[in-house]
Design a protein around this ligand. Structure first.
Ligand code: UDP
Length: 197
């Protein structure tokens, strides 16, 4: 797919619908994909953190999550097509999970929010298969984290949504995706909070 490079980060120029179609094709063809939905806040943070910027640069796809990114691309005369918000993309992917009976795992937010987000999605997308969920309040390297990683490996979701907030979710995904090899993994920031409300 075509990209527009903003502050060294390659942003996808696909529209929301094209992104949905592209990612669905990748899931169904057995590829593994890490999607980052990057807003201006994330871009500024990346500018001061070489490690985080490296993760954005090596992610399989970075989508422009925020009108600020869209404007920046226009100023550079290399416009992205439109804003692709993480929350909208989550719903598009859930709709695909519903159509194709894909397995979904929800990681992150506190336990109550995680449960409410799961209930809302299970209600709205009845044919998606929810294989597991866990809250996001665990420490790196803890026994709980090891248990979560085992659970995800065992349940083999097609889609893993990770709501640990940035930058933690991208760091976590880039650290564990090489072992997990999830077809589609995406950090979703505060989306579970929105879903739960
Ligand atoms: N969160 C979490 N574990 C953490 C830190 C945050 O599960 O260690 C969750 C938090 O409960 C919230 C989400 O991550 O549901 C982050 O939301 P926020 O809107 O702060 O993140 P952003 O959209 O800025 O990435």
């Amino acid at each position: 797919f075509p990209v527009s490079v903003i502050m060294d980060v390659p942003f996808s120029k696909l529209s929301l619908t094209e992104t949905e179609e592209y990612l669905t094709r990748r899931i169904l063809s057995g590829k593994t994909t890490h999607v980052v939905t990057a807003n201006p806040e994330i871009l500024m943070y990346a500018n001061n953190s070489p490690e985080y910027k490296g993760i954005l640069q090596s992610a399989d796809m970075v989508v422009p999550d925020g009108i600020g990114v869209v404007y920046a691309s226009r100023l550079r005369n290399d416009p992205v097509t439109e804003r692709v918000a993480g929350y909208d993309l989550l719903h598009r992917l859930m709709s695909q999970a519903d159509q194709h009976q894909l397995k979904v795992y929800l990681l992150g937010a506190n336990d109550e929010v995680n449960r409410l987000a799961f209930e809302r999605l299970a209600n709205d997308y009845p044919n998606a298969i929810f294989v597991g969920r866990h809250h996001g309040y665990f420490k790196d390297g803890s026994d709980i984290e090891a248990m979560i990683l085992n659970d995800i490996a065992e349940k083999k979701p097609d889609i893993l949504f990770v709501a640990l907030g940035f930058p933690r979710q991208e760091l976590w995904i880039s650290k564990h995706q090489p072992q997990l090899k999830i077809p589609l993994v995406m950090g979703v920031g505060g989306s579970f909070d929105v879903l739960s409300g």
